[in-house]
Design a binder for this molecule. Structure first.
Ligand code: FAD
Length: 621
């Protein structure tokens, strides 16, 4: 049947990409349908119940700055919060939360169900309606035809999904869920470049069969960190500990004995796995000299005994998995509740996408999440948000939007994917961003919330709180700049023990905050009232302490911006550029960069080659 209502945007898939996509589209004001296999699995964490970590929390906070759901759901579902790299500089500091997977899912479902303009529908999408070179809608498993101006596909690991445990394999989207076979077949008929990747997950363990007394306890941080800019620790449920144990020589021997029945080492799996989240069999192969590997023992929730042993993802046969687990200290009597497995799935070469995440070949069709070759909830959620904004913008005839590399990690990720493609699951790291000092997790709201408000996706509550915070930062910075401390005054005396050299002249409070041996808390209350809001205090301190470096990066960005504004014509004659190597010419002809800045990001491109392009461009004019 033809469904009577027409939608602006249909999102296929209710995972991390799909939920953020549907919410963003609806916040933009587009009439949106979220079509997913099963409403009970909306926001399901397929693997580790944890959100954030290095590079990833930057994405979560950017989603939050644009009023997405992930950080708020994490605050409502998080059972342990820690700041990673706390002693390092603010650019690489990251928040990580262990989540109760049931609470997290419930929070996402609650946000979805209460979002105006958004409707949910449970059924598999089996086909796309494509007319000419434009998508017009979706056909479900039972033949319902939903029409829409734009469609966002976020099918995760489900397209042509094959699950492997040892040499056994069967079709599946993830354990317990059906794969998408019909849709995968249909997509292979369209002009899209399809390839295979794989990922894996460890066996889960019953906590009642584990001896925690021989493991190292890892508590959360105090005070408890918060993920959302508008969240608070009062949103968190009860907090719990995680634990650490290790594999050992015996564990590694067991794994080696099982390799002849490993789908990875017998060539049954062809897809490439995540380099930074490798299986345990991969780790003992790649790091053969190591006699132990860390295993983080993480609770899956407050109302379950299941544990996630982070670090022993495996697709070895079950008998080997059991022997391996029981060889680990504290797991000698362990009962496995779910076997570990690997999954192979279809993904699409992201070089076939525009920066808006619209496919280049089928107008109105957008891709987000794992199907673009990424791994991780955060990477998926961030792409979903961007695709949601742009699919809605197209349907509503508004301007498209995407952040630049100097504005957001979302911009870095999408630009990396589109420029370089990926042959292995792509995950975010702070090292991928060239302007790390500007793209911090703590200032994601200052970088993006105003843009989000202009797009229409930031609600009134967040906007009011953001404006108040921004004003408070300006006021407090101004106060510190204008408040002076005299040498030998009472205030100077209070600081004397902390100073590495005595105060020889008067200093403003701002100057004092910049000194390495002092921080905001030491200085702000010497005269006047310090900021009450810890987010304001943190911003004032970071902006003052790192102002020199931040200014230098701003200069670099301005220079890059000039390159960004220098277009390279599509008919640019790269063969005519003297001095350019044949390899670079071939790469440029393959990528056809639209601007000089895009050209500079092609692998192997050197500053000298960019100068040659510039000279040639000037000659042409
Ligand atoms: P998913 O979360 O997979 O969501 C896809 C959604 O689409 C599901 O709701 C599904 O039901 C729905 N769907 C699919 N096809 C259709 C259809 N035809 N019609 C309707 N609905 C459909 N990430 C890491 O960072 N590190 C890891 O080590 C890691 N290991 C993993 C191990 C396993 C076994 C799996 C399955 C995933 C793993 N992940 C890991 C990946 C992580 O789960 C994904 O990155 C993330 O969930 C991707 O989000 P997504 O929204 O793109 O897709």
């Amino acid at each position: 049947m033809d469904y009577p209502d027409h939608f602006d945007v249909i999102v296929i898939g209710g995972g991390h990409a799909g939920t953020e996509a549907a919410l963003a589209s609806a916040r933009m004001g587009a009439h949106t349908l979220l079509l997913t296999h099963n409403i009970e699995t909306l926001g399901q964490m397929s693997c580790n119940p944890a959100i954030g970590g290095i590079g990833k929390s930057h994405l979560v906070k950017e989603i939050d700055a644009l009023d997405g759901a992930m950080a708020r759901a994490t605050d409502r579902g998080g059972i342990q919060f820690r700041i990673l790299n706390a002693r390092k500089g603010p650019a690489v500091r990251a928040t990580r939360a262990q989540a109760d997977r049931i609470l997290y899912k419930a929070a996402i479902r609650d946000i979805l169900e209460n979002q105006p303009n958004l409707q949910l529908f449970q059924q598999a999408a089996d086909d796309l309606i494509v007319e000419g070179e434009r998508v017009r809608g979706v056909i479900t498993q039972s033949g319902i035809r939903f029409r829409a101006k734009t469609v966002i596909l976020t099918a995760g690991t489900f397209l042509g999904g094959v699950i492997h445990i040892g040499l056994d394999h069967y079709s599946g989207g993830r354990a317990g869920d059906p794969p998408s076979i019909r849709l995968a077949e249909r997509l292979r008929e369209l002009p899209l470049q399809v390839e295979r990747l794989k990922t894996g997950t460890p066996p889960r363990i019953d906590a009642r069969s584990v001896d925690f007394s021989v493991m190292q306890t890892q508590p959360g941080d105090t005070p408890t960190p918060v993920m959302s800019f508008i969240g608070s620790a009062a949103d968190h449920p009860r907090q719990v500990n995680c634990f650490i144990t290790h594999t050992n020589a015996q564990s590694h021997e067991i794994i080696r004995e099982g390799l002849d029945r490993s789908p990875m080492y017998t060539g049954v799996i062809e897809g490439v796995g995540p380099r930074y989240c490798p299986s345990i069999e991969d780790k003992i192969h790649r790091f053969a000299d190591k006699d132990q590997h860390q295993v983080f023992v993480e609770p899956e929730g407050l109302t379950t005994h299941e544990l996630y042993p982070n670090g022993i993802s495996t697709s070895l046969p079950f008998d080997i998995q059991l022997a391996l687990v029981r060889s680990i200290r504290g797991f000698e009597q362990a009962h496995i509740t779910r076997p570990g497995y690997a999954i192979e799935y279809d993904y699409f070469n992201p070089q076939g996408l525009k920066h808006t995440l619209e496919t280049k070949t089928i107008a109105g069709l957008f891709f987000a999440g794992q199907i673009n070759g990424t791994t991780g909830y955060e990477e998926a959620g961030a792409q979903g948000l961007l695709a949601g904004i742009n699919a809605a913008a197209q349907a509503l005839e508004k301007d498209s939007w995407y952040p630049r590399r100097d504005e957001a990690y979302i911009g870095v990720m999408v630009d990396d994917l589109i420029t370089h493609g990926t042959s292995e699951p792509y995950r975010m790291f702070t090292s991928r961003a060239e302007y790390r000092l500007i793209l911090r997790e703590d200032n994601a709201d200052l970088r993006l919330t105003e843009q989000g408000r202009k797009l229409g996706i930031v609600g009134d509550e967040r906007w009011a709180r953001f404006c108040a915070k921004r004003e408070a930062i300006e006021r407090e910075t101004q106060r510190l700049r204008e408040t002076w401390i005299q040498p030998r005054s009472d205030e100077a005396e209070q600081l004397a023990d902390k100073l590495t050299s005595p105060m020889a002249r008067e200093y403003s409070l701002a100057d004092l905050v910049k000194r390495p041996e002092l921080n905001y808390a030491d200085v702000a209350g010497l005269k006047g009232e310090p900021a009450e809001d810890s987010q304001v205090a943190e911003q004032v301190e970071i902006q003052l302490k790192y102002s020199g470096y931040i200014d230098r990066q701003k200069d670099e960005i301005a220079q890059m911006q000039r390159q960004e504004n220098t277009p390279l014509p599509a008919d640019f004659d790269y063969d005519g550029v003297g001095g350019l190597s044949n390899e670079l010419k071939a790469k440029l002809k393959q990528h056809l960069p639209e601007t000089l800045a895009q050209a500079s990001r092609i692998q192997g491109m050197t500053p000298a080659a960019i100068s040659l392009l510039l000279v040639y461009l000037k000659k042409r004019q």
